[in-house]
Design a protein around this ligand. Structure first.
Ligand code: PGA
Length: 255
């Protein structure tokens, strides 16, 4: 996968009209940016209820580098699972789906085994999983992080490994964490390098955790990071577009 990614995780925010307003403002602001020849990819992940509306607006923009993603899905393609959304249904709108976010692990008891099942079904239907890897305490033993990666790819076909994206998202750095701490870009880079080595450098790895206008320039200087998963700042169009501009400018200068 060439070019950096900026992924917007809107979490449980935005009804349909708010989501339409947000994506429209992002697109209108993007038009005013002077980014040319960059390989940047943007993935917007609204809640399920807004996927169709956001999808229509993205498609009518003709910006093929803006993609749609979901924030979760079930591990089966279809069946008697009341209230669930399957990867096959998401395929109507999305190219990506976030899996194993720390909020899903923490509030909904998702385990590495469940996340692995979801990854395999998502790959089978042709979506790209963005798999979140947590770190509960700063400086936690690398084995805990590696264990999540290893369990995530269990029984994944060799040829599918390069179709997965990982996101290193230390819980302690997420903007809504009670005891939030800053994650230094060099620290993120070190862990991401280790994750990539574990995956034989076949898989892109993003960083997520309080990425905003104040720190994106520093993060973007770390070559090891293939993209950014942005929560809170992605709901503020001006901040989000500034992040895109900063990442895009770096992508151009590298090309
Ligand atoms: P944050 O969220 O950017 O608000 O820290 C990131 C995430 O939870 O994906």
């Amino acid at each position: 996968m060439k070019g950096k990614f900026v992924v917007a995780n809107w979490k449980m925010n935005c009804n349909i009209s708010e989501a339409k307003a947000l994506v429209s403002e992002i697109i209108e602001s993007y038009k005013k940016l002077k980014i040319v020849n960059c390989k940047l990819k943007i993935v917007l992940c609204p809640p399920f209820t807004a996927l169709q509306s956001v999808s229509l607006i993205i498609r009518s923009s003709d910006y093929s580098f803006i993609h749609l993603g979901a924030q979760n899905c079930h591990f089966m393609p279809c069946g008697a699972y009341t209230g669930e959304i399957s990867p096959k249904m998401l395929k109507d709108f999305c190219d990506f789906v976030i899996l194993g976010h720390s909020e899903r692990r923490k509030f909904f008891g998702e385990t590495d085994e469940l996340i692995n099942k979801k990854i395999r079904t998502v790959l089978d239907v042709g979506l790209c999983p963005i798999v979140c890897i947590d770190e509960y305490k700063k400086g936690e033993k690398s084995e805990i992080i590696f264990n999540q990666v290893e369990k995530a790819i269990q029984d994944v076909k060799e040829k599918d490994l390069e179709k997965i994206i990982f996101a290193y998202e230390p819980i302690w750095a997420i903007s809504t964490s009670a005891d939030r701490q800053d994650c230094e870009p060099s620290y993120a880079s070190k862990i991401i390098k280790e994750i990539k080595e574990l995956l034989h450098n076949k898989t892109p790895v993003f960083y997520g955790g309080s990425v905003d206008v104040s720190n994106i320039s520093a993060f973007v200087n770390e070559q090891m990071l293939d993209g950014f998963l942005v929560g809170g700042a992605s709901l503020k169009p001006k901040s989000f577009i500034k992040i895109i501009e900063t990442v895009g400018a770096k992508d151009v200068s590298k090309s």
